[in-house]
Design a binder for this molecule. Structure first.
Ligand code: SF4
Length: 439
């Protein structure tokens, strides 16, 4: 480990050190974090009736729908990835004309409800006036055209989340639907991977809660424009959406609450907390009934997995620390001990909570890298690695089972159904006979 990173690691029970987090990655440490543009892109592009045009070289456009398969119940324009494909000539003479021509062609062809124009590293260097072009396009085409100022080198993925929130906020409050019910919420920070959002919508509807806007999973421009009329913002993936919730509180007085939909305990809390907010006894009773039904159905099945998985050890490294906290609890429910818990963007409070939650000896790490993670995993003899697309090769190179709990997952892992899928996946991976043949 590099000396300057020592303060970003702690061991539960062994030291009282507060993790030094929430800062830029150390140069040379090869952080697992992605760039600003990637952060803005993964948050915005599930808005499925908008056009997403990347102003930059074609390589940046590699962050496509395939990397985060956010599902839509309607339009699927978000699945197409558009780029201005800047070349040497554009870098020398400027890419403004190319951007203008591309945007006009795409808006005419696809008739989107809004357009997001992303700037990338090279545009940050050559200084194309993207804001001016967006204003011009907006005037000519009569739809919101929003510049997403996200040159990758400006910071990390977390800074990209903030840029995305600022872009979304430009839409909020620009339209009023004829009627928004009083007990309505906006769901922030669920990206509808593998249809997870639809599971949550069903729970809330069964409780009598109206969903005003989903930001951004299965998102629609008109719903976002009307988002200021909701009574409450329910925020998952707080790393990416807290900033938007804060802006909406300051501007429109909408309160927010932080939830997680992973694991039985946190999922149930998310439902109870909303019912508690509305001070509605009938809603609370429906939530209790729903939790009881799901709990009674799930527990016997989970007990089967717990019996077989007890004694297994897991390493967790994910984007947001709030998810890591839910994963520790969900794994404990099926008998799996978390021996490494880390995140790219956790805060001091998150890590303190993790420290209290975890067993003695658990390694807690902020903004780690492949060398550290490989070392920790071997040292702690983990049986399974839970992470995202960039952690997968680390696990596979070591010869370790891997569970994707990030953008690429194809099975829903949120909600009660998700808990069952999670248990199945951990079991199938950790117990696979294939590991007998690896070193
Ligand atoms: S770091 Fe720059 S060049 Fe690389 S993907 Fe991000 S914006 Fe594009």
């Amino acid at each position: 480990m590099l000396d300057d990173r020592q303060k970003q690691v702690s061991v539960a029970g062994a030291n009282e050190r507060t993790i030094d987090c929430n800062k830029a990655s150390l140069a040379g440490s090869v952080s697992q974090r992605a760039c600003v543009f990637c952060g803005s892109r993964v948050v915005l592009y599930p808005i499925c009736d908008a056009l997403h045009l990347i102003h930059g070289p074609i390589g940046c456009a590699a962050y496509t729908w395939d990397i985060r398969g956010s599902l839509s119940s309607g339009p699927e324009l978000h699945r197409l990835s558009f780029s201005t494909d800047l070349q040497e000539r554009d870098v020398i003479f400027g890419g403004e004309n190319k951007l203008y021509a591309s945007a006009i062609e795409l808006i005419d062809k696809h008739q989107p409800k809004a357009a997001f124009i992303y700037t990338t590293c090279i545009v940050g260097v050559i200084g194309d006036d993207v804001e001016r072009i967006c204003r011009q396009l907006e005037k000519e085409k009569g739809i919101p055209v929003i510049p997403v100022q996200a040159p990758g080198f400006q910071g990390s993925k977390k800074d990209g989340y903030k840029v995305a929130c600022e872009s979304i906020f430009k839409l909020v409050g620009t339209k009023n639907k004829p009627y928004t019910p009083a007990k309505s919420i906006n769901i922030l920070g669920d990206f509808n991977l593998a249809g997870e959002l639809w599971i949550l919508l069903d729970y809330y509807k069964r409780m009598g809660v109206h969903i005003n806007a989903t930001i951004t999973g299965d998102g629609r421009v008109d719903d976002i424009c009307n988002a200021h009329n909701a009574a409450l913002n329910v925020v998952q993936c707080s790393g990416s959406m807290n900033y938007l919730a804060k802006m909406m509180k300051d501007e429109y007085g909408i309160p927010s609450m932080r939830v997680s939909y992973f694991g039985i305990e946190d999922m149930s809390d998310a439902l109870y907390d909303v019912a508690r907010f509305f001070k509605d006894e009938d809603m609370m009773e429906k939530a209790r009934q729903l939790v009881k039904e799901e709990f009674t159905r799930l527990m016997p099945e989970l007990a089967w997995y717990k019996e077989r998985l007890t004694g297994k050890k897991a390493a967790i490294y994910v984007g947001g620390a709030f998810k890591a906290i839910s994963l520790v609890k969900a794994l404990r429910l099926i008998g799996v001990q978390s021996v490494i818990v880390g995140s790219q963007t956790g805060t001091t409070e998150d890590y303190e909570l993790i420290k209290q939650l975890c067993d003695e000896g658990t390694i807690i790490v902020d903004d780690s890298n492949p060398v550290e993670l490989s070392h920790f995993v071997k040292e702690k003899q983990a049986d399974i690695f839970i992470g995202g697309v960039k952690e997968r090769p680390i696990a596979h190179k070591i010869g370790l089972g891997f569970c994707d709990h990030n953008h690429e997952r194809k099975e829903p892992l949120a909600g009660y159904e998700g808990m069952m899928n999670f248990a199945k996946e951990i079991y199938a991976t950790a117990m696979s006979p294939v590991w007998k043949f690896t070193k």
